[in-house]
Design a protein around this ligand. Sequence first.
Ligand SMILES: Nc1ncnc2c1ncn2[C@@H]1O[C@H](COP(=O)(O)OP(=O)(O)OP(=O)(O)O)[C@@H](O)[C@H]1O
Ligand SMILES: [Mg+2]
Length: 234
Amino acid sequence: MERVPTGIPGLDELIQGGFLVGSSILVAGGAGCGKTIFAMQYVYKGAELYKDPGIYITIEEGPKNIWWNMTSFKWNIAKYQQEGLIKIYRMNLRDPKTFVKDFETEIGRIKDMVSEIDARRLVIDSTTSFAIFMSEQSEIRYNLFKLVDETKKLDVTTVLTAETFGGRDQFSRFGVEDFITDGVIGLYFRPPMRALLVKKMRGTAHDPKPHPLIIGPNGMEVKPQEQILWDALK
Ligand SMILES: Nc1ncnc2c1ncn2[C@@H]1O[C@H](COP(=O)(O)OP(=O)(O)OP(=O)(O)O)[C@@H](O)[C@H]1O
Ligand SMILES: [Mg+2]
């Protein structure tokens, strides 16, 4: 089966070479654990190393944070935007009152963008901020399901992020994100240590252990040969 290399050095070794084409992967973790860097690196390295067209969707976060992450790593995202390989788009969801209609429109826009650049990679960062437009848990769950379902209909491999409270057993905020996606990757920050765990990867004999995660000048990388004890993530 065809796989999409993640662009995160060391990670592909843990998951038989990459994400299955067409799958949806949740990257979950507490504040500042590296979810946005992971997601941006997936799209950026996809363009740089594999010439894969990619789309990065943010929901509430302004492009500023993305810009900071870029300058922090000296990634030349603008170059690939100009070449039409990368698109960054902020979902236009402002008013909870018009959410249902706006959501439909925005999903339509994502579909258009995907076919426009023939995208192979898609990011939605984050599914948690998406929920601020809804008050009922059932409504949140329904719409998260719909979002993942719609991305699965597209011919792309999708990375979605979810903000948790950072606990080692937490992989979602609303209790559904990790069930409706095909893969789940947990990121942890226990200062000064960072770790990554592949919690689930459908169709893949994945590594079951937490591994050191390093964020440096070239982005993030995983140390597949070294492991972190589960107890250290308490
Ligand atoms: N160049 C760098 N070198 C080392 N660490 C860095 C670098 N740039 C950013 N970081 C670390 O990455 C963290 C931010 O990561 P990121 O924005 O991906 O987290 P996040 O999980 O998306 O957080 P949030 O839940 O707030 O959205 C910073 O707090 C900092 O610790
Ligand atoms: Mg983030």
